[in-house]
Unconditional design. Structure first.
Lengths: 78, 202
């Protein structure tokens, strides 16, 4: 079971996800970010600041100001 | 340069064709995506490939994959090579008839400039993304092309300069949503188009 941590921030935080800028008003870990997007973790690959992040690191990895994330989610077929 | 390749110069010019012909493309999975994507690439002048699949051609592949009835039961790698060579007899193709895993993926496709994820199972799509997303190679993947209709929803999403994802990202193959030639071929052709435009734009 993934735990989602949320802390409220004094100011907004800019994060780049899949090439687009997003503003966050609360701190969030990678697990929370995936959950917010209603993605099934087993179908998702996350690259955090140019490093592939293993699923067992999603909870402990907090998103910081100016972080860059690439989030890919997949469905089957081909 | 053979007559087929000479005829391509009118479309790409010599410098363009040189770029295309010097690019090494790896394709992981030679089903509906991989077989059709490779055919598009060969028709566009690409000649260096590493093609990987451990599977054999089955009857129920013929609804969408670039194989023929008399190839049922044979290795997909051998059959695809034979079919592609009918388009251009001077291709440089390395076949890998084994299962791709986390342990061998980086080695199998080490010499590639471009890697195409063309598997059907999510587990393997994720595996390829984990290995190649940050590799510096162009990584093209696909997700969501089952069923029929609404094919304009099959889009190309740029994840970053070296990564593109093709598909509607929601149409998963299932009992009532089978993989069919039109949508699967559209996704495969879009994977090929991403590669062609990336190579010509270099």
């Amino acid at each position: 079971m993934l735990s989602i941590r949320v802390f409220y921030l004094d100011k907004t935080m800019r994060v780049r996800i899949n090439g687009e800028d997003f503003l966050f008003t609360e701190s969030v870990n990678v697990a929370g970010l995936v959950a917010q997007r209603k993605m099934r973790p087993e179908t998702v690959v996350v690259e955090h600041n140019n490093v592939i992040l293993a699923r067992d690191k999603w909870e402990e990895t907090l998103i910081n100001e100016n972080d860059t994330l690439e989030i890919l989610s997949f469905v089957g077929g081909g | 340069m053979n007559v087929f390749e000479e005829a391509l110069i009118q479309y790409f010019g010599k410098p363009g064709l040189d770029k295309i012909q010097s690019t090494v493309v790896g394709i992981a999975g030679l089903g509906g995506l991989g077989s059709n994507c490779s055919a598009c690439l060969v028709r566009s002048g690409f000649r260096k490939f590493i093609l990987a699949d451990f599977d054999k051609v089955e009857l129920n592949n013929l609804n969408r994959q670039f194989y023929f009835l008399d190839q049922v039961g044979l290795n997909k790698t051998d059959c695809l090579k034979a079919n592609l060579l009918r388009i251009n007899p001077d291709l440089d193709i390395t076949l890998v008839t084994q299962k791709i895993s986390k342990d061998n993926a980086a080695v199998v496709f080490a010499d590639c400039d471009v890697v195409v994820e063309a598997f059907d199972k999510v587990e393997y799509k994720c595996l390829m993304a984990e290995v190649f997303l940050g590799s510096g190679k162009l990584f093209v993947s696909a997700s969501g092309m089952a069923g029929w209709g609404n094919s304009d929803a099959i889009r190309i999403k740029k994840i970053k300069d070296s990564c593109f994802l093709v598909g509607d990202n929601c149409s998963e193959v299932a009992g009532l949503l089978p993989p069919c030639a039109p949508r699967v071929t559209i996704a495969a052709a879009k994977e090929a188009d991403v590669i062609l435009s990336w190579v010509l734009g270099r």
